[in-house]
Design a binder for this molecule. Sequence first.
Ligand code: ADP
Ligand code: MG
Ligand code: MG
Length: 512
Amino acid sequence: MASALHKDYPPELSAEEEHYLLSNLKDWSIAHGLAVRPAPSFVQPSQDPSGVLATTAPVTLFPSLFPRVCFEEGLAIQTAYNELYSAIARDEEWLKGIVEELIHIDDFVGKLWETHLAVKKEGYVQNLSLGLFRSDYMVHTNSSSPASRPGLKQVEFNTIASSFGGLSTQVSALHRYLLTIDAYPSSTASIIKRDTLHQSNSASSLAKGLAAAHNAYESSRSGRPLCVLLVVQDPERNVFDQRHLEYALLEESGVRSFRLPFQQTLSHTRLESDRTLVYTPPNSRTDSYEVTTIYFRAGYSPDDYLNEQDWSARLYLEKSRAIKCPSVLTQLAGCKKVQQVLATPHSPHLKHFLSDDQVASRVLATFAPIYPLDKSEAGHEARNLAKDPASAARYVLKPQREGGGNNIYRKNIPPFLEKLPETHWPAYILMEMIEPPPLRNVILRNGDVQRGGVIGELGVYGVCLWRNGDGGDSGEVLQNWEAGYLLRTKGDQSEEGGVAAGFGAVDSCCVV
Ligand code: ADP
Ligand code: MG
Ligand code: MG
Protein backbone atom coordinates (compact mmCIF):
# COMPACT_ATOMS: atom_id res chain seq x y z
CA MET A 1 0.00 0.00 0.00
CA ALA A 2 2.97 2.36 0.42
CA SER A 3 2.99 2.91 -3.33
CA ALA A 4 4.31 6.08 -4.94
CA LEU A 5 0.72 7.14 -5.56
CA HIS A 6 0.10 7.35 -1.84
CA LYS A 7 3.27 8.95 -0.58
CA ASP A 8 1.86 12.45 -1.07
CA TYR A 9 -1.40 11.59 0.66
CA PRO A 10 -3.03 13.60 2.01
CA PRO A 11 -2.03 16.53 -0.20
CA GLU A 12 -1.10 19.96 1.12
CA LEU A 13 -4.07 22.33 0.95
CA SER A 14 -3.89 25.98 0.00
CA ALA A 15 -5.20 28.39 2.65
CA GLU A 16 -8.40 28.73 0.62
CA GLU A 17 -8.87 25.00 0.20
CA GLU A 18 -8.30 24.41 3.91
CA HIS A 19 -10.78 27.11 4.84
CA TYR A 20 -13.44 25.60 2.57
CA LEU A 21 -12.86 22.10 3.90
CA LEU A 22 -12.77 23.13 7.57
CA SER A 23 -15.80 25.38 7.51
CA ASN A 24 -17.87 22.63 5.89
CA LEU A 25 -16.49 20.00 8.23
CA LYS A 26 -17.25 22.02 11.37
CA ASP A 27 -20.83 22.83 10.40
CA TRP A 28 -21.60 19.30 9.21
CA SER A 29 -20.19 17.85 12.44
CA ILE A 30 -22.39 19.91 14.72
CA ALA A 31 -25.43 19.58 12.47
CA HIS A 32 -25.07 15.76 12.56
CA GLY A 33 -24.02 15.20 16.16
CA LEU A 34 -20.41 14.33 15.38
CA ALA A 35 -19.79 16.05 18.68
CA VAL A 36 -18.63 15.75 22.29
CA ARG A 37 -19.20 17.81 25.43
CA PRO A 38 -16.24 20.15 25.80
CA ALA A 39 -13.34 19.15 28.06
CA PRO A 40 -13.11 21.25 31.24
CA SER A 41 -9.67 22.34 30.03
CA PHE A 42 -11.28 23.64 26.81
CA VAL A 43 -14.41 25.28 28.24
CA GLN A 44 -14.35 25.96 31.97
CA PRO A 45 -17.46 24.69 33.75
CA SER A 46 -18.13 28.24 34.99
CA GLN A 47 -18.47 29.35 31.34
CA ASP A 48 -21.18 26.74 30.74
CA PRO A 49 -23.07 26.45 34.05
CA SER A 50 -26.15 24.85 32.49
CA GLY A 51 -24.17 22.38 30.39
CA VAL A 52 -25.53 23.37 27.00
CA LEU A 53 -22.30 23.49 25.01
CA ALA A 54 -20.98 20.89 22.61
CA THR A 55 -17.99 20.94 20.32
CA THR A 56 -16.91 18.99 17.24
CA ALA A 57 -15.51 15.55 18.07
CA PRO A 58 -11.82 15.13 17.20
CA VAL A 59 -11.83 13.99 13.55
CA THR A 60 -9.40 13.57 10.69
CA LEU A 61 -9.83 15.93 7.77
CA PHE A 62 -9.16 13.11 5.31
CA PRO A 63 -10.12 9.44 5.42
CA SER A 64 -7.00 7.39 6.20
CA LEU A 65 -5.60 4.86 3.77
CA PHE A 66 -6.13 1.27 4.89
CA PRO A 67 -5.09 -1.92 3.06
CA ARG A 68 -8.17 -3.50 1.52
CA VAL A 69 -7.21 -7.09 2.32
CA CYS A 70 -6.74 -6.28 6.00
CA PHE A 71 -9.96 -4.29 6.17
CA GLU A 72 -11.98 -7.06 4.56
CA GLU A 73 -10.39 -9.76 6.73
CA GLY A 74 -11.21 -7.81 9.91
CA LEU A 75 -14.87 -7.58 8.93
CA ALA A 76 -15.01 -11.17 7.68
CA ILE A 77 -13.78 -12.79 10.89
CA GLN A 78 -15.92 -10.78 13.27
CA THR A 79 -18.67 -13.39 13.48
CA ALA A 80 -16.01 -15.98 14.41
CA TYR A 81 -14.77 -13.67 17.17
CA ASN A 82 -18.37 -13.20 18.38
CA GLU A 83 -18.78 -16.96 18.50
CA LEU A 84 -15.46 -17.37 20.32
CA TYR A 85 -16.15 -14.83 23.05
CA SER A 86 -19.74 -15.93 23.58
CA ALA A 87 -18.43 -19.50 24.00
CA ILE A 88 -15.86 -18.29 26.55
CA ALA A 89 -18.50 -16.33 28.46
CA ARG A 90 -20.65 -19.49 28.60
CA ASP A 91 -17.80 -21.65 29.89
CA GLU A 92 -17.67 -20.73 33.56
CA GLU A 93 -15.23 -23.55 34.43
CA TRP A 94 -12.71 -22.40 31.83
CA LEU A 95 -12.99 -18.76 32.85
CA LYS A 96 -12.63 -19.75 36.49
CA GLY A 97 -9.24 -21.30 35.71
CA ILE A 98 -8.05 -17.98 34.33
CA VAL A 99 -9.70 -15.66 36.79
CA GLU A 100 -8.42 -17.61 39.79
CA GLU A 101 -4.86 -16.68 38.85
CA LEU A 102 -5.87 -13.03 39.07
CA ILE A 103 -8.29 -12.59 41.95
CA HIS A 104 -5.67 -12.49 44.70
CA ILE A 105 -3.54 -9.90 42.94
CA ASP A 106 -6.18 -7.84 41.15
CA ASP A 107 -8.96 -6.50 43.40
CA PHE A 108 -11.15 -5.37 40.52
CA VAL A 109 -11.20 -8.77 38.84
CA GLY A 110 -11.71 -10.28 42.29
CA LYS A 111 -14.78 -8.12 42.93
CA LEU A 112 -16.29 -8.97 39.55
CA TRP A 113 -15.79 -12.68 40.17
CA GLU A 114 -17.36 -12.37 43.65
CA THR A 115 -20.34 -10.66 42.06
CA HIS A 116 -20.77 -13.56 39.66
CA LEU A 117 -20.47 -16.11 42.48
CA ALA A 118 -23.03 -14.29 44.60
CA VAL A 119 -25.59 -14.38 41.77
CA LYS A 120 -24.76 -17.98 40.97
CA LYS A 121 -25.48 -18.93 44.55
CA GLU A 122 -29.01 -17.57 44.30
CA GLY A 123 -29.38 -18.82 40.75
CA TYR A 124 -29.34 -16.80 37.54
CA VAL A 125 -32.87 -16.11 36.33
CA GLN A 126 -31.95 -14.82 32.87
CA ASN A 127 -30.58 -17.28 30.37
CA LEU A 128 -29.88 -14.82 27.56
CA SER A 129 -26.81 -12.60 27.23
CA LEU A 130 -26.01 -9.83 24.78
CA GLY A 131 -22.56 -8.81 23.57
CA LEU A 132 -21.94 -5.57 21.71
CA PHE A 133 -18.28 -6.31 21.04
CA ARG A 134 -15.43 -4.50 19.33
CA SER A 135 -12.29 -6.24 18.14
CA ASP A 136 -9.42 -3.76 17.68
CA TYR A 137 -6.56 -4.19 15.23
CA MET A 138 -3.55 -2.52 13.74
CA VAL A 139 -1.78 -3.40 10.52
CA HIS A 140 1.60 -4.87 11.36
CA THR A 141 4.33 -4.16 8.81
CA ASN A 142 7.59 -5.05 10.50
CA SER A 143 8.49 -8.68 9.96
CA SER A 144 11.70 -8.53 11.99
CA SER A 145 9.95 -10.40 14.76
CA PRO A 146 9.87 -14.05 13.69
CA ALA A 147 6.81 -14.65 15.84
CA SER A 148 4.73 -11.99 14.21
CA ARG A 149 3.91 -12.11 10.48
CA PRO A 150 2.86 -8.87 8.75
CA GLY A 151 -0.88 -8.31 8.41
CA LEU A 152 -3.85 -7.48 10.56
CA LYS A 153 -3.03 -8.00 14.25
CA GLN A 154 -5.45 -7.75 17.14
CA VAL A 155 -4.72 -5.11 19.78
CA GLU A 156 -7.50 -6.26 22.10
CA PHE A 157 -11.08 -7.51 22.22
CA ASN A 158 -13.65 -5.37 24.06
CA THR A 159 -16.64 -7.02 25.67
CA ILE A 160 -17.98 -4.04 27.66
CA ALA A 161 -18.93 -0.47 26.73
CA SER A 162 -17.37 -0.67 23.24
CA SER A 163 -17.59 2.98 22.31
CA PHE A 164 -17.68 5.15 19.17
CA GLY A 165 -20.21 3.05 17.24
CA GLY A 166 -22.35 6.21 17.03
CA LEU A 167 -19.65 8.66 15.99
CA SER A 168 -18.10 6.17 13.59
CA THR A 169 -21.21 6.12 11.42
CA GLN A 170 -21.15 9.91 11.40
CA VAL A 171 -17.47 10.34 10.54
CA SER A 172 -17.70 8.01 7.56
CA ALA A 173 -20.72 10.02 6.40
CA LEU A 174 -18.74 13.25 6.95
CA HIS A 175 -15.89 12.11 4.72
CA ARG A 176 -18.35 11.05 2.01
CA TYR A 177 -20.03 14.46 2.27
CA LEU A 178 -16.68 16.25 1.91
CA LEU A 179 -16.03 14.18 -1.21
CA THR A 180 -19.47 15.03 -2.61
CA ILE A 181 -19.00 18.77 -2.17
CA ASP A 182 -15.52 18.66 -3.76
CA ALA A 183 -13.75 19.67 -0.57
CA TYR A 184 -10.88 17.31 -1.43
CA PRO A 185 -8.40 18.51 -4.04
CA SER A 186 -8.55 16.93 -7.49
CA SER A 187 -5.18 15.24 -6.91
CA THR A 188 -6.99 12.80 -4.59
CA ALA A 189 -9.60 11.87 -7.19
CA SER A 190 -8.03 8.49 -7.93
CA ILE A 191 -7.81 7.62 -4.22
CA ILE A 192 -10.85 9.03 -2.40
CA LYS A 193 -13.84 7.67 -4.30
CA ARG A 194 -17.33 6.59 -3.38
CA ASP A 195 -16.32 2.95 -3.66
CA THR A 196 -13.08 3.25 -1.66
CA LEU A 197 -14.72 5.16 1.20
CA HIS A 198 -16.31 2.68 3.55
CA GLN A 199 -19.49 3.70 5.32
CA SER A 200 -19.83 2.29 8.82
CA ASN A 201 -23.37 1.26 9.74
CA SER A 202 -22.32 0.68 13.36
CA ALA A 203 -24.89 2.97 15.02
CA SER A 204 -27.84 1.30 13.38
CA SER A 205 -26.37 -2.20 13.56
CA LEU A 206 -25.51 -2.00 17.28
CA ALA A 207 -28.96 -0.55 18.00
CA LYS A 208 -30.45 -3.56 16.17
CA GLY A 209 -28.51 -5.74 18.61
CA LEU A 210 -30.15 -3.99 21.55
CA ALA A 211 -33.53 -4.38 19.83
CA ALA A 212 -32.88 -8.11 19.29
CA ALA A 213 -32.26 -8.59 23.02
CA HIS A 214 -35.28 -6.43 23.89
CA ASN A 215 -37.50 -8.53 21.62
CA ALA A 216 -36.10 -11.82 22.90
CA TYR A 217 -36.85 -10.89 26.52
CA GLU A 218 -39.74 -12.77 28.01
CA SER A 219 -41.82 -10.25 29.89
CA SER A 220 -42.96 -10.94 33.43
CA ARG A 221 -46.41 -9.85 32.20
CA SER A 222 -46.40 -7.11 34.78
CA GLY A 223 -48.33 -5.03 32.28
CA ARG A 224 -45.72 -2.30 32.47
CA PRO A 225 -44.22 -0.84 29.32
CA LEU A 226 -40.81 -2.27 28.45
CA CYS A 227 -37.54 -0.38 28.09
CA VAL A 228 -33.80 -0.69 27.58
CA LEU A 229 -31.68 0.87 30.35
CA LEU A 230 -28.33 2.48 29.57
CA VAL A 231 -26.20 2.51 32.70
CA VAL A 232 -23.88 5.45 32.18
CA GLN A 233 -21.13 7.54 33.70
CA ASP A 234 -22.02 11.01 34.92
CA PRO A 235 -20.81 13.36 33.57
CA GLU A 236 -20.20 11.74 30.18
CA ARG A 237 -18.39 13.81 27.56
CA ASN A 238 -18.97 11.20 24.87
CA VAL A 239 -22.75 11.33 25.31
CA PHE A 240 -23.65 11.95 21.65
CA ASP A 241 -21.92 8.75 20.60
CA GLN A 242 -24.34 6.91 22.90
CA ARG A 243 -27.29 9.05 21.86
CA HIS A 244 -26.93 7.97 18.22
CA LEU A 245 -27.56 4.38 19.35
CA GLU A 246 -30.52 5.43 21.48
CA TYR A 247 -32.09 7.42 18.64
CA ALA A 248 -31.56 4.57 16.16
CA LEU A 249 -33.12 2.15 18.66
CA LEU A 250 -36.19 4.35 18.97
CA GLU A 251 -36.53 5.36 15.31
CA GLU A 252 -35.72 2.04 13.67
CA SER A 253 -37.12 -0.41 16.22
CA GLY A 254 -39.57 1.66 18.29
CA VAL A 255 -37.79 0.72 21.52
CA ARG A 256 -37.75 3.18 24.40
CA SER A 257 -34.50 3.60 26.30
CA PHE A 258 -33.46 5.55 29.38
CA ARG A 259 -30.12 6.73 30.68
CA LEU A 260 -29.34 6.00 34.30
CA PRO A 261 -26.12 7.20 35.95
CA PHE A 262 -24.59 4.11 37.55
CA GLN A 263 -24.47 5.82 40.98
CA GLN A 264 -28.28 6.30 40.87
CA THR A 265 -29.05 2.63 40.26
CA LEU A 266 -30.35 1.83 43.73
CA SER A 267 -32.47 4.98 44.04
CA HIS A 268 -34.20 4.67 40.64
CA THR A 269 -34.71 0.95 40.17
CA ARG A 270 -36.16 -1.88 42.18
CA LEU A 271 -36.24 -5.64 41.95
CA GLU A 272 -39.57 -7.39 42.30
CA SER A 273 -39.82 -10.77 44.01
CA ASP A 274 -39.36 -12.61 40.69
CA ARG A 275 -36.36 -10.31 40.07
CA THR A 276 -38.05 -8.27 37.38
CA LEU A 277 -36.09 -5.01 37.18
CA VAL A 278 -38.35 -1.98 37.40
CA TYR A 279 -37.14 1.48 36.45
CA THR A 280 -38.94 4.62 37.49
CA PRO A 281 -37.94 7.64 35.42
CA PRO A 282 -37.62 10.92 37.36
CA ASN A 283 -40.54 12.58 35.56
CA SER A 284 -42.50 10.28 33.37
CA ARG A 285 -46.18 10.19 32.62
CA THR A 286 -46.00 6.43 32.95
CA ASP A 287 -45.20 5.27 36.48
CA SER A 288 -42.55 2.72 35.76
CA TYR A 289 -41.00 0.47 33.13
CA GLU A 290 -39.92 -3.16 33.08
CA VAL A 291 -36.28 -3.30 31.97
CA THR A 292 -35.62 -5.88 29.27
CA THR A 293 -31.95 -5.11 28.65
CA ILE A 294 -29.23 -3.35 30.64
CA TYR A 295 -26.60 -1.78 28.39
CA PHE A 296 -23.52 -0.90 30.44
CA ARG A 297 -21.60 2.16 29.30
CA ALA A 298 -20.17 2.35 32.82
CA GLY A 299 -18.87 -0.21 35.28
CA TYR A 300 -15.81 -1.26 33.26
CA SER A 301 -13.30 0.62 35.39
CA PRO A 302 -12.55 0.56 39.15
CA ASP A 303 -13.06 4.36 39.01
CA ASP A 304 -16.78 3.71 38.39
CA TYR A 305 -17.11 2.00 41.78
CA LEU A 306 -16.72 4.72 44.38
CA ASN A 307 -17.78 2.58 47.34
CA GLU A 308 -19.37 -0.70 48.41
CA GLN A 309 -22.78 0.64 47.48
CA ASP A 310 -21.74 0.74 43.83
CA TRP A 311 -20.72 -2.92 44.03
CA SER A 312 -24.13 -3.64 45.58
CA ALA A 313 -25.67 -1.86 42.61
CA ARG A 314 -23.74 -4.02 40.16
CA LEU A 315 -24.75 -7.16 42.03
CA TYR A 316 -28.36 -6.06 42.05
CA LEU A 317 -28.40 -5.46 38.31
CA GLU A 318 -26.66 -8.79 37.65
CA LYS A 319 -29.28 -10.60 39.74
CA SER A 320 -32.16 -9.13 37.79
CA ARG A 321 -34.18 -10.81 35.05
CA ALA A 322 -33.06 -8.18 32.54
CA ILE A 323 -30.67 -9.29 29.79
CA LYS A 324 -27.22 -7.89 30.55
CA CYS A 325 -24.99 -6.33 27.94
CA PRO A 326 -22.61 -7.55 29.17
CA SER A 327 -23.02 -10.02 32.02
CA VAL A 328 -20.21 -10.09 34.57
CA LEU A 329 -18.88 -13.30 32.99
CA THR A 330 -18.89 -11.67 29.54
CA GLN A 331 -17.03 -8.68 30.96
CA LEU A 332 -14.45 -11.06 32.47
CA ALA A 333 -14.07 -12.84 29.13
CA GLY A 334 -12.66 -9.53 27.87
CA CYS A 335 -9.69 -9.64 30.27
CA LYS A 336 -6.36 -9.21 28.52
CA LYS A 337 -5.31 -12.44 30.26
CA VAL A 338 -7.91 -14.33 28.20
CA GLN A 339 -6.47 -12.87 24.99
CA GLN A 340 -2.99 -13.94 26.09
CA VAL A 341 -4.11 -17.50 26.84
CA LEU A 342 -5.85 -17.77 23.47
CA ALA A 343 -2.72 -16.46 21.73
CA THR A 344 -0.41 -19.02 23.35
CA PRO A 345 1.28 -20.93 20.51
CA HIS A 346 -0.04 -24.50 19.99
CA SER A 347 -2.59 -24.06 22.78
CA PRO A 348 -5.72 -26.18 22.48
CA HIS A 349 -8.02 -23.37 23.64
CA LEU A 350 -8.93 -21.79 20.33
CA LYS A 351 -9.82 -25.17 18.82
CA HIS A 352 -11.85 -25.98 21.90
CA PHE A 353 -14.06 -22.95 21.35
CA LEU A 354 -14.08 -22.81 17.54
CA SER A 355 -14.97 -26.14 16.07
CA ASP A 356 -14.18 -25.20 12.45
CA ASP A 357 -10.39 -25.52 11.92
CA GLN A 358 -10.27 -23.09 9.03
CA VAL A 359 -12.11 -20.44 11.01
CA ALA A 360 -9.82 -21.06 14.01
CA SER A 361 -6.70 -20.63 11.88
CA ARG A 362 -7.95 -17.33 10.43
CA VAL A 363 -8.54 -16.05 13.95
CA LEU A 364 -5.13 -17.36 15.04
CA ALA A 365 -3.44 -15.42 12.24
CA THR A 366 -4.65 -12.16 13.82
CA PHE A 367 -2.90 -12.80 17.15
CA ALA A 368 0.26 -10.88 17.98
CA PRO A 369 2.70 -12.54 20.40
CA ILE A 370 1.51 -12.10 23.99
CA TYR A 371 3.19 -13.60 27.05
CA PRO A 372 2.21 -14.20 30.66
CA LEU A 373 4.40 -12.92 33.49
CA ASP A 374 3.77 -15.94 35.67
CA LYS A 375 5.84 -18.90 36.85
CA SER A 376 5.42 -20.91 33.64
CA GLU A 377 8.33 -21.41 31.25
CA ALA A 378 6.96 -18.80 28.83
CA GLY A 379 6.35 -16.54 31.82
CA HIS A 380 9.93 -16.92 32.96
CA GLU A 381 11.26 -15.92 29.53
CA ALA A 382 8.87 -12.99 29.37
CA ARG A 383 9.94 -11.76 32.81
CA ASN A 384 13.52 -11.63 31.59
CA LEU A 385 12.53 -9.78 28.42
CA ALA A 386 10.51 -7.27 30.43
CA LYS A 387 13.28 -6.57 32.94
CA ASP A 388 15.87 -5.76 30.32
CA PRO A 389 15.58 -2.21 28.87
CA ALA A 390 16.92 -3.29 25.45
CA SER A 391 14.37 -6.06 24.90
CA ALA A 392 11.50 -4.33 26.77
CA ALA A 393 11.57 -1.61 24.11
CA ARG A 394 9.59 -3.90 21.78
CA TYR A 395 6.75 -4.51 24.23
CA VAL A 396 3.73 -3.09 25.99
CA LEU A 397 2.73 -4.20 29.48
CA LYS A 398 -1.02 -4.39 30.14
CA PRO A 399 -3.05 -4.83 33.31
CA GLN A 400 -6.61 -6.23 33.30
CA ARG A 401 -8.16 -2.82 32.70
CA GLU A 402 -10.31 -1.03 30.12
CA GLY A 403 -10.82 2.48 28.92
CA GLY A 404 -7.31 3.60 28.04
CA GLY A 405 -4.46 5.10 30.02
CA ASN A 406 -3.55 1.92 31.90
CA ASN A 407 -0.69 0.44 29.87
CA ILE A 408 3.05 0.75 30.37
CA TYR A 409 5.12 1.10 27.22
CA ARG A 410 8.58 0.06 26.13
CA LYS A 411 11.38 1.62 28.20
CA ASN A 412 9.01 2.39 31.05
CA ILE A 413 8.41 -1.32 31.65
CA PRO A 414 11.61 -2.27 33.58
CA PRO A 415 11.41 0.60 36.11
CA PHE A 416 7.69 -0.06 36.56
CA LEU A 417 8.26 -3.74 37.29
CA GLU A 418 11.10 -2.94 39.62
CA LYS A 419 8.66 -1.15 41.91
CA LEU A 420 6.02 -3.90 41.69
CA PRO A 421 6.26 -6.92 44.05
CA GLU A 422 6.96 -10.00 41.90
CA THR A 423 3.87 -11.71 43.29
CA HIS A 424 1.81 -9.11 41.40
CA TRP A 425 3.51 -9.49 38.03
CA PRO A 426 1.08 -12.19 36.83
CA ALA A 427 -1.71 -9.57 36.90
CA TYR A 428 -0.10 -8.16 33.72
CA ILE A 429 0.50 -9.51 30.25
CA LEU A 430 3.40 -8.59 27.98
CA MET A 431 2.55 -7.94 24.34
CA GLU A 432 4.76 -7.25 21.35
CA MET A 433 4.21 -3.78 19.93
CA ILE A 434 2.43 -3.89 16.59
CA GLU A 435 4.17 -1.65 14.09
CA PRO A 436 1.77 -0.04 11.65
CA PRO A 437 2.85 1.56 8.36
CA PRO A 438 3.82 5.23 8.51
CA LEU A 439 0.88 7.36 7.38
CA ARG A 440 0.06 11.03 7.50
CA ASN A 441 -3.16 12.85 8.14
CA VAL A 442 -4.56 16.08 9.56
CA ILE A 443 -6.59 16.09 12.79
CA LEU A 444 -9.01 18.75 14.02
CA ARG A 445 -9.15 18.69 17.80
CA ASN A 446 -10.47 21.45 20.08
CA GLY A 447 -10.28 23.85 17.16
CA ASP A 448 -6.59 23.12 16.50
CA VAL A 449 -5.41 21.67 13.22
CA GLN A 450 -2.62 19.13 13.80
CA ARG A 451 -0.61 17.65 10.93
CA GLY A 452 1.86 14.83 10.90
CA GLY A 453 2.59 11.15 11.13
CA VAL A 454 -0.32 9.04 12.37
CA ILE A 455 -1.16 5.50 13.38
CA GLY A 456 -4.54 3.94 12.65
CA GLU A 457 -6.44 1.39 14.75
CA LEU A 458 -9.35 -0.45 13.16
CA GLY A 459 -12.18 -1.57 15.41
CA VAL A 460 -14.76 -4.04 14.13
CA TYR A 461 -18.07 -4.22 15.97
CA GLY A 462 -19.97 -7.41 16.55
CA VAL A 463 -23.40 -8.23 17.90
CA CYS A 464 -24.01 -11.56 19.55
CA LEU A 465 -27.06 -12.75 21.45
CA TRP A 466 -26.84 -16.15 23.05
CA ARG A 467 -28.52 -18.51 25.43
CA ASN A 468 -26.33 -19.61 28.32
CA GLY A 469 -26.15 -23.27 29.09
CA ASP A 470 -27.74 -24.95 32.01
CA GLY A 471 -26.11 -27.99 33.59
CA GLY A 472 -24.88 -30.26 30.78
CA ASP A 473 -26.25 -28.03 28.02
CA SER A 474 -23.65 -25.59 26.69
CA GLY A 475 -26.10 -23.04 25.35
CA GLU A 476 -26.37 -21.66 21.82
CA VAL A 477 -25.82 -18.57 19.75
CA LEU A 478 -29.12 -17.02 18.64
CA GLN A 479 -27.92 -13.94 16.76
CA ASN A 480 -24.48 -13.17 15.41
CA TRP A 481 -23.47 -10.43 13.02
CA GLU A 482 -20.64 -8.04 12.14
CA ALA A 483 -21.83 -4.55 13.02
CA GLY A 484 -19.73 -1.99 11.18
CA TYR A 485 -16.34 -0.54 11.96
CA LEU A 486 -14.40 2.27 13.61
CA LEU A 487 -11.10 3.76 12.59
CA ARG A 488 -9.23 5.70 15.27
CA THR A 489 -6.21 7.69 14.29
CA LYS A 490 -3.62 9.10 16.66
CA GLY A 491 -0.39 11.00 16.30
CA ASP A 492 2.53 8.58 15.90
CA GLN A 493 4.26 10.12 18.92
CA SER A 494 1.50 8.98 21.26
CA GLU A 495 1.52 5.43 22.62
CA GLU A 496 -2.16 5.47 23.58
CA GLY A 497 -4.96 5.95 21.10
CA GLY A 498 -8.09 6.73 23.08
CA VAL A 499 -10.25 9.39 21.45
CA ALA A 500 -12.07 10.12 24.69
CA ALA A 501 -8.80 10.05 26.64
CA GLY A 502 -7.59 12.86 24.39
CA PHE A 503 -4.97 11.22 22.19
CA GLY A 504 -6.78 10.37 18.99
CA ALA A 505 -9.44 11.21 16.43
CA VAL A 506 -12.28 9.34 14.77
CA ASP A 507 -11.61 8.56 11.14
CA SER A 508 -12.91 6.42 8.28
CA CYS A 509 -11.22 3.93 5.97
CA CYS A 510 -10.27 4.71 2.41
CA VAL A 511 -9.27 1.25 1.21
CA VAL A 512 -6.31 0.95 -1.12
P1 ADP B 1 -7.70 -0.46 26.55
O1 ADP B 1 -8.59 -1.62 26.87
O2 ADP B 1 -7.40 0.38 27.73
O3 ADP B 1 -8.21 0.32 25.37
P2 ADP B 1 -5.63 -1.43 24.74
O4 ADP B 1 -5.08 -2.81 24.80
O5 ADP B 1 -6.54 -1.15 23.62
O6 ADP B 1 -6.29 -1.10 26.15
O7 ADP B 1 -4.41 -0.41 24.70
C1 ADP B 1 -4.62 0.98 24.58
C2 ADP B 1 -3.90 1.54 23.36
O8 ADP B 1 -2.51 1.21 23.42
C3 ADP B 1 -4.37 0.99 22.03
O9 ADP B 1 -5.48 1.70 21.54
C4 ADP B 1 -3.13 1.18 21.16
O10 ADP B 1 -3.04 2.50 20.68
C5 ADP B 1 -1.99 0.95 22.14
N1 ADP B 1 -1.57 -0.46 22.08
C6 ADP B 1 -2.01 -1.48 22.86
N2 ADP B 1 -1.42 -2.64 22.52
C7 ADP B 1 -0.59 -2.37 21.50
C8 ADP B 1 0.32 -3.15 20.71
N3 ADP B 1 0.50 -4.45 20.93
N4 ADP B 1 1.01 -2.51 19.73
C9 ADP B 1 0.86 -1.20 19.51
N5 ADP B 1 0.04 -0.40 20.22
C10 ADP B 1 -0.69 -0.97 21.21
MG1 MG C 1 -10.36 -2.20 25.87
MG1 MG D 1 -8.39 -0.32 23.44
